[in-house]
Design a protein around this ligand. Structure first.
Ligand code: S3P
Length: 181
């Protein structure tokens, strides 16, 4: 029914709600969902935090690109990507050519509050620069142009429930598919 659009990639900063939305969106489309970070951790048998400690950010980014390439071969999937997947040109190109790209946005205050609440996920998220609120401000500033450059559809998650976001994204995916059918 959704024609050639066999994948939806959710992109956005940490705490934007990518995995939560993916879980609700996939059954609405009759698809499966995947969290790219979880796939990576299983594949390499180590947590992201450990990969960062042992191999640095570059080692992690290599693995992230490899996993993204593999996920692009699966169809009928909603894929929650890691917040930094857009940093590499090759990943941005892949996202754009392999599926529909949906950018979940939230302002820095909202992201900081969500990350603060989510202690378990914090352990999985290694510090990328100086940590804390300053890191969020700095990285959002650097990454927003990259998210924008690959997004086909953007949705502000700040004032909406996960259910509302999943519903809006579903509607947009179906409209996009109908246009190209
Ligand atoms: C990262 C975000 C994380 C994970 C890794 C790097 C980033 O994913 O890929 O810690 O650079 O913003 P989430 O966005 O799922 O937290």
């Amino acid at each position: 029914m959704l024609g050639s659009h066999e994948r939806v990639f959710l992109i956005g900063y940490r705490g934007a709600g990518k995995s939560s939305v993916a879980q609700l969106l996939a059954p609405r489309l009759g698809w499966l969902w995947l969290d790219a970070d979880e796939v990576l951790e299983k594949r390499f048998g180590r947590s992201i935090a450990r990969i960062f400690t042992e191999e640095g950010e570059n080692g992690f980014r290599e693995k992230e690109s490899l996993i993204l390439g593999e996920l692009c071969c699966l169809s009928r999937r909603v894929i929650a990507t890691g917040g930094g997947v857009v940093l590499r040109d090759e990943n941005r190109r892949r996202l754009q050519t392999c599926g529909l790209v949906v950018w979940l946005t939230a302002d820095a205050d909202t992201i900081a509050a969500r990350l603060h609440k989510d202690a378990a996920a914090c352990e999985r998220r290694p510090q990328l620069t100086v940590g804390g609120r300053a890191e969020i401000d700095e990285l959002l500033g650097r990454r927003e142009p990259l998210y924008r450059a690959c997004a086909d559809f953007t949705i502000d998650t700040t004032r909406h429930s996960i259910e509302e976001i999943a519903e809006q994204v579903e509607r947009w995916v179906r409209e996009a598919a109908a246009k190209t059918a």
